[in-house]
Structures are given as structure tokens and as C-alpha cells.
Design a protein around this ligand. Structure first.
Ligand code: 6PG
Length: 259
């Protein structure tokens, strides 16, 4: 049975009454994972989510205690996806993270591995693949942490429903095109094999407009949708949702209500 139809082990789902608690939980997990990596003398590799949802977490990481706690010299930031726009563009996932986080923490420039959105999409994807292979020293590309969001249509990173990118089994990053009405349309995205190789995948989802898709993915087990295809082979999968985005969750075991 292929991945499209096999069930994924039930993820950990935490529902938070207040968004601040959701982002604090996310920042805590980021910090703890970074400290664990540093304690074992390893680099901490993380792919940040795009879109608007993660921005409050980025801001938290730039404030105390996280600014001081996190071993930034060991942290290597990548992105799950990027829009094909210049890094100075307001729509750039890199630009958003730079404004909220990078400009405020002592992260060495060489630890920032952005997707070159200013380049032609195919060339950008190939360049990012080279950056990934170089960083992971030719071994399997296995992030310590991949942070993701989900669109109301079930897309995640820049992997959109019913597109060839969902069937990609070898490439690390690919150029994709968002549907009409989702701007900017030209994107570069990590592929599912890379996402599912991660040690930990963390979805951050807020807002009532995501309630249907959260229910669809988590309770209907829709493995045909991109977000439903995220099922780490040997890693941890956690969904942090606020009460609005989790308002249609009924049967799912709620690991813990975040208060
Ligand atoms: C992007 C993201 C995308 C995002 C979802 C949710 O570049 O747009 O990677 O997958 O996570 O579209 O976006 P919001 O967080 O803005 O709702």
C-alpha cells in the first residue's frame, strides 16, 4: 500500500486556548531541541515555516529568555519553502523571518541558508539542493526540526494538492506553482521525502479559517492532501493548534489542552 493510503500514526495534538501559549510551546520546543543538539556537540538544523502564522514564534525566539538560552552559533536556519521574490520583498518568507528574528539574535551569517527566491525557480531549487547536500555533508538530509503551516486547501510548505511535486521521491527541493489566487505563485519547496526524514515536525495552526482543514487532515486522515502526507518515518509529528483552528476536532486524542 503506498503512502497515499497507509495511515500515519496518530500525531500529538495540543490545543491552546490562547495563541500566546501555542507560540511559547513552539519556542520552548525549538529551544530545547537546539540545546540538546548543542549539548551533544552537534549543529541544530531547522527549517522554518513560511506564511504569517509562525511570526509570533520568531519574535518570541528573539526575546529573553530564548535569545540568551539558545546556542545560536550552533543553529542553522533553513526554510520549508520560499516565494520566488527578492529577499527584500515583503512576501519573502526569509524577509519575514529576518525582520522578526534574524536581525535580533547573534546568528552567524553563515548559519542562514535561505532559498534564493530572486533566481529563476528551477535554478533556485537546484541551488538550494546543493546547499542542503553541502550542509548535510553528502549524508541523508535529515533536519532536527521542520516547522510547517497548513493552508485551507491542505497545502503545506509550497506543496499544493494534486500536483506532481507530491509524487517527488528523489529531489530535495523543487519549483512549484501555487493555484490561481494564491500569490506569489512561483515557489520553491522542500519535498515530502525531506520533510518526512526529519527528527521532528511541528505544525503551527491558528484561526477559524483552518478549522475545516485541521479536521479533514487529522480526523478524516486525508493522506491525499499535502499536509496529510506529512508523516515522519522515524520522527515525531506534533500539531499545535489554537481553539479556533481545533474547533472541529472531536474524536482525536488530545495529548493535552494547552490551557
Ligand atoms: C507559505 C507557507 C505556507 C503556509 C500556509 C499557511 O510560504 O505560504 O509555507 O505553506 O505555511 O499557507 O500560511 P499562513 O500561516 O499565512 O496562514
Amino acid at each position: 500500500m503506498n503512502a497515499r493510503h497507509s495511515r500515519c500514526p496518530r500525531p500529538e495534538v495540543m490545543i491552546f486556548r490562547h495563541r500566546e501559549q501555542l507560540f511559547r510551546e513552539a519556542a520552548e520546543r525549538f529551544a530545547r531541541a537546539a540545546e540538546r543538539s548543542a549539548a551533544s556537540g552537534e549543529r541544530f538544523s531547522v527549517a522554518l515555516a513560511g506564511g504569517k502564522t509562525p511570526i509570533p514564534m520568531h519574535r518570541l525566539l528573539a526575546e529573553q529568555p530564548y535569545r540568551k538560552l539558545i546556542p545560536w552559533a550552533r543553529v542553522h536556519l533553513f526554510w520549508s519553502d520560499e516565494r520566488c521574490v527578492p529577499p527584500s520583498d515583503a512576501a519573502s518568507n526569509y524577509k519575514r523571518a529576518k525582520t522578526a528574528l534574524l536581525d535580533h539574535v547573534p546568528l552567524p551569517q553563515g548559519n542562514v541558508h535561505r532559498i534564493p527566491g530572486e533566481r529563476e525557480p528551477q535554478a533556485s531549487a537546484r541551488s538550494y539542493e546543493t546547499e542542503l547536500r553541502t550542509f548535510f555533508r553528502g549524508e541523508r538530509v535529515r533536519f532536527d526540526l521542520v516547522i510547517l503551516g497548513v493552508g485551507a486547501d491542505g497545502h503545506t510548505a509550497s506543496l499544493f494538492p494534486d500536483t506532481p511535486a507530491l509524487r517527488e521521491e528523489h529531489r530535495l527541493a523543487v519549483a512549484t506553482t501555487a493555484p490561481e489566487g494564491t500569490e506569489p505563485r512561483k515557489r520553491v519547496s522542500l519535498t515530502l521525502p525531506v520533510i518526512n526524514a526529519a527528527r521532528s515536525v511541528l505544525f503551527l495552526v491558528t484561526g477559524s479559517e483552518k478549522a475545516d482543514i485541521v479536521h479533514t487532515v487529522l480526523e478524516q486522515g486525508r493522506r491525499d492532501l499535502p499536509a496529510g502526507r506529512v508523516c515522519p518515518e522515524a520522527g515525531r509529528l506534533t500539531w499545535l493548534v489554537d481553539v479556533a483552528a481545533g474547533s472541529r476536532l472531536s474524536g482525536i486524542s488530545r495529548a493535552e489542552s494547552g490551557g
